[in-house]
Design a protein around this ligand. Structure first.
Ligand SMILES: O=c1nc[nH]c2c1ncn2[C@H]1C[C@H](O)[C@@H](COP(=O)(O)OP(=O)(O)OP(=O)(O)O)O1
Ligand SMILES: [Mg+2]
Length: 198
């Protein structure tokens, strides 16, 4: 693998950029695709992998740089894995608060034992837009969906995601703690190994 010093992050989500840059440290500079385009590609894939590759190729094409994409979401056992790849669009694009409200409603009266869920993260790295061999790394994070939001950190579904190994919600973890144990952290560990970074 070539030495990477600069990557474009194929994401319009500021929370992801912050977390991924913190995990990468100074060795690789992540530039936001927002510097190049405000247009978000349609996520037409049927899997996290397909959507991550699609976003990475799109960003590499627009920027001319190697590109990293993160496709992630929340898979809830009681909902058969929903919202899954549709997590960001769960409440029809009305945003995080509406997504969280819809999830709480879907799990109304469901007991704790049936509220298991996992965050999923797939990272895809392409060296150029037509790269025939994208690097793919996946991370899972097991937890449970709370009955009400709790905590101020993070983004997305963090206030509803109970982290059993810490006895707090994901939004109650400090950013540094979340970045040690999250689905994204696990995927990034694998990516660092693949790139021989640290
Ligand atoms: O650590 C996380 N903590 C809380 N929520 C999270 C996390 N990781 C993913 N999520 C949620 C947010 C969004 O509802 C969906 C990702 O959707 P996803 O399409 O991958 O990202 P996005 O549309 O926000 O930005 P973009 O596609 O430009 O990278 O899963
Ligand atoms: Mg998206």
């Amino acid at each position: 693998m070539m030495k990477l010093t600069q990557l474009v992050l194929a994401s319009h989500n500021a929370g992801k950029l912050k977390e991924l840059q913190a995990m990468l440290g100074d060795s690789v500079q992540l530039r936001s695709i927002g510097e190049f385009s405000q247009v978000e590609p349609e996520e037409t894939g049927l899997s996290f992998v397909e959507n991550a590759i699609l976003k990475a190729r799109n960003a590499a094409r627009i920027s001319g740089l190697p590109a990293l994409a993160d496709d992630s979401g929340l898979a809830v056992d009681f909902l058969g894995g929903a919202p899954g790849i549709y997590s960001a669009r769960y409440a029809d694009g009305k945003g995080d608060a509406a997504n969280n409200a819809k999830l709480l409603d879907a799990l109304k009266d469901v007991p704790d034992a049936e509220r298991g869920a996992q965050f999923v993260c797939v990272l895809a790295l392409v060296r150029h837009a037509d790269d025939p061999l994208p690097i793919l790394c996946e991370g899972l994070w097991h937890g449970r969906i709370l009955h009400a939001a709790s905590g101020e950190h993070g983004f997305g579904y963090d206030p509803l995601f109970w982290v059993p190994e810490r006895n707090v919600s994901s939004a109650e973890l400090s950013p540094a703690d979340k970045n040690q144990i999250s689905h994204r952290a696990r995927a990034m560990d694998l990516l660092r190994q693949r790139l021989s970074l640290k």
